[in-house]
Write a protein that binds this ligand. Structure first.
Ligand code: MSP
Length: 528
């Protein structure tokens, strides 16, 4: 890893269906972290993409009367790439597991493991859940209800599992249990948050089995290079995207400059990333990821939101009314990153109104309107004598700017995005209190308090500048408008977040439209 490199990934999404807000949540979190790191001077690289092989996609395509590749192409173009625009993701790459760069280099990886003796031929007999694309232990299954009464069903999908009996290739994963445990012990940050780390550690302590890594009963997948009658197990194929997209097998220099990555994943797919994936890399002699962070689920009505259970909400249902910034802000602020969180339209509307519209948007509009009205748009400057000495109240705002800049930077280092936002909001609240207390509209009436008016507006404008920079990774659209209205130099995306408070103000402000306009009535879509 080169100095300052920050390679961050989202899971690659199954293309059997269209995205819902749970998928968008993962995307937004990774994007916020990538933007933050870019604005910290790091060479940040955000990878996302799609997981297109396996039985689940094959069956969906057959049910729709098209080939799996046609189905994947359609979903990628009409649903998954558009999702990135809907929630304003600035990804650097988009990998599809049907890309040649992936297929060819995944095969190289497999051949290497085979040559090194990590793979053997065996027989698999057991249960498989196509929804999870995962081999199941009986302890993962529950008794079915309704139409599935009398059958064993997957605890996650509530659908029957299938009994498989196949000749497969196996990866000797069991050989890596000790090394994995040593990794979790020596590098407590490898799996986070703490609850996820504990879960993974106790899972590995119970002992690891070898992993079946091929299927021969269907052919929608990457061919096993030494035996073309088998395709690679879809998870083994999918995990490799993180290295094939970064140049593994084809561009050693690029690979060395990016790898290892920080993986953001939902807690349901933690084991694949924190157990199978590092074991695969250890076998291949490649450095393990920097970190695997398992976030929680978005719950609707107390249950994990999912399309298969018909609780899925399309991201555009929210962004069409509230905009992409509000989507990003809401999910990053309202849910502790790493824990589950319930989504409700009421909570979203309440936070939109009180925090974004009244708290932040209004503050920005009022301050800019006052500079326009009382100072003809010229930002009062200390150097020109239009602003005077600072009082304790002004200095307190400056101190808060510095404090929240440092606190937010420290929180982002531990991926505590919600805490970073809560810190920044202290500045929003303090600035609102400051304006109420200083009453610039009263100062403006008295020619003798002209200089004091200048100091107050100068202080408020600087505070807004700090907010624009610190909030730009989360709400890039609104802060971009604010930055322009404040007369900020250069592109907001080029301003350093870790030095946000140092901004000293532009020359002139220009008019600002309401950043978070009032939403008259929120109609909850009937068909979630
Ligand atoms: N294709 C695999 C990942 C392979 S990565 C090498 C996969 N795809 S998925 O489309 O089913 O899920 C992708 C991500 O969406 C997962 O991180 C999953 O946790 C997340 N979410 C799906 N539903 C979710 C919620 N209701 N809430 C939060 N995240 C959710 O798994």
């Amino acid at each position: 890893m080169s100095a300052g490199s920050f390679y961050i990934t989202t899971p690659i999404f199954y293309v059997n269906d269209v995205p819902h807000i749970g998928h968008a949540y993962t995307e937004v979190a990774a994007d916020v972290l990538a933007r933050w790191h870019r604005q910290s001077g790091d060479d940040a690289w955000l990878l996302t993409g799609t997981d297109e092989h396996g039985q689940k996609i094959l069956r969906t395509a057959i049910a729709n009367g098209v080939t799996p590749k046609e189905w994947a192409d359609r979903l990628v173009e009409t649903a998954w790439k558009p999702l990135l625009e809907t929630v304003n993701i600035a990804n650097d790459d988009f990998i599809r597991t049907t890309d040649e760069r992936h297929e060819v280099n995944a095969q190289k990886f497999l051949q290497h493991l085979h040559d090194e003796g990590h793979i053997y031929t065996g027989e698999y007999e057991g249960y498989y859940c196509v929804g999870c694309e995962e081999y199941k232990q009986t302890s993962d299954l529950v008794d079915g209800t309704g139409a599935y009464t009398g059958q064993l069903v997957c605890a996650i999908h509530s659908k029957p599992v299938e009994l498989l009996h196949e000749k497969n290739y196996f990866f000797k994963m069991s050989a890596f249990a000790e090394r994995l445990l040593a990794l979790y012990e020596e590098n407590p940050n490898f799996v986070q948050p703490e609850a996820a780390r504990n879960e993974v550690m106790s899972f590995v302590k119970r002992g690891l089995s070898d992993l079946s890594i091929s299927r021969s009963s269907f052919d929608w997948g990457i061919k096993v290079p030494w035996d073309e009658s088998h395709v690679v197990y879809v998870w083994f194929d999918a995990l490799l995207n993180y290295i094939t997209a970064a140049g593994y097998g084809q561009n050693d220099e690029e690979f060395a400059s990016r790898w290892p990555a920080t993986h953001i994943v939902g807690k349901d797919i933690l084991r694949f990333h924190a157990v199978i994936w590092p074991a695969m890399l250890m076998a291949a002699g490649i450095e393990v990821p920097k970190q695997v962070f398992g976030h929680g689920w978005l719950l609707v009505g107390g249950e994990k939101m999912s399309k298969s259970k018909l609780t899925g909400i399309a991201p555009s249902q929210i962004t069409d009314t509230f905009g992409s910034d509000a989507f990003r802000y809401y999910f990053m602020r309202a849910i502790s990153f790493g824990q589950d969180g319930s989504f409700s339209w009421e909570d979203l509307s309440a936070r939109y109104q009180s925090e974004l519209a009244n708290g932040f948007g209004n503050l920005a509009s009022r301050v800019i309107a006052m500079v326009l009205r009382y100072c003809d748009g010229t930002i009062p400057a200390l150097s020109e004598g239009t602003a005077g000495d600072f009082t304790a109240d002004d200095l307190a705002i400056r101190a808060t700017e510095q404090r929240v800049t440092d606190a937010a930077t420290a929180f982002i280092d531990t991926l505590a995005i919600h805490d970073a936002l809560a810190s920044v909001w202290q500045l929003v609240d303090e600035l609102n209190g400051y304006i109420t207390l200083q009453e610039p509209w009263v100062l403006a009436k008295n020619p003798e308090s002209r200089e004091r008016l200048g100091t107050v507006l100068h202080t408020a404008v600087r505070g807004l500048g700090t907010l624009a920079v610190l909030l730009s990774p989360v709400i890039p659209v609104a802060t971009g408008k604010l930055w322009t209205a404040l007369g900020g130099d250069g592109d907001l995306a080029d301003q350093r977040v870790d030095r946000a408070w140092e901004w000293t103000g532009g020359a002139k402000v220009s008019a600002l439209e309401p950043l978070f306009p009032r939403i008259e009535s929120i109609v909850e879509p009937a068909d979630g």
